[in-house]
Design a protein around this ligand. Structure first.
Ligand SMILES: [Zn+2]
Length: 169
C-alpha cells in the first residue's frame, strides 16, 4: 500500500481526515498537532484503522535534510518537525502532502513529489511588499520610491499558515 507523508500543515488543513488514503507522519509532527483538539477523536480512528502510521526518519536522513536546508536557505523557516516530514518522504520515496512554503521548497529541491493541498487558494495569503529596484528599499502601501522616484515593484511575502491561525479551539 502506498503511504503519503503528512506534515503539520496537512493536518491543519484536515487532509488526513478527509481522505481515505493512508498516511505516515513523524512523532514530532504528531506532537505538534496534538493541540487541534477537535480532531482528537478523528486522529485516534485513523491510528486504530491503520490509515495513519507514525514513523521516524533515521538520524542519517535527518542530517542530510538539515544540510540540504542550509544549502537552499530554507533552514530558518523550518522546524525540526518540518524537516522530519521531509526526511520521511525522502527516505520512503513517498509523496509529501504540505502547503508550507519552505517545506515544499526544500522537498522540491530534493525531487520529492509534493502534493499541494487542494484548498490552497483559500489560505494562500501573503503580504505584498513594495520595493525599489534601484535602492532596494522596501515600502508598505506606497507606489513610488521616496528616494529616487522609481515606480515600485512588488512581491508577495507568504505568511506561514501556522503563524497566522490559532488552533486552540
Ligand atoms: Zn529608489
Amino acid at each position: 500500500m502506498e503511504f503519503r507523508i503528512y506534515d503539520a500543515s496537512a493536518f491543519y488543513a484536515g487532509i488526513p481526515f478527509a481522505s481515505s488514503d493512508s498516511g505516515i507522519t513523524s512523532t514530532l509532527i504528531f506532537e505538534e498537532i496534538q493541540h487541534i483538539k477537535k480532531n482528537h477523536g478523528a486522529i485516534e480512528i485513523l491510528l486504530s484503522t491503520g490509515r495513519l502510521k507514525i514513523l521516524d526518519p533515521t538520524a542519517d536522513s535527518m542530517k542530510f535534510i538539515t544540510e540540504q536546508a542550509r544549502k537552499t536557505g530554507d533552514i530558518q523557516k523550518l522546524s525540526i518537525a518540518d524537516m522530519s516530514g521531509i526526511a520521511l518522504a525522502f527516505e520512503l520515496k513517498s509523496k509529501l502532502i504540505t502547503d508550507d512554503f519552505a517545506v515544499s521548497n526544500l522537498a522540491k529541491n530534493l525531487r520529492i513529489h509534493v502534493e499541494p493541498i487542494m484548498t490552497k487558494g483559500i489560505r494562500d495569503v501573503g503580504r505584498w511588499i513594495y520595493y525599489c529596484a534601484g535602492c532596494k528599499k522596501e515600502f508598505v502601501g506606497e507606489e513610488f520610491c521616496d528616494q529616487c522616484g522609481n515606480k515600485l515593484n512588488r512581491k508577495l511575502i507568504k505568511e506561514s499558515f501556522k503563524k497566522n491561525h490559532s488552533h486552540n479551539n
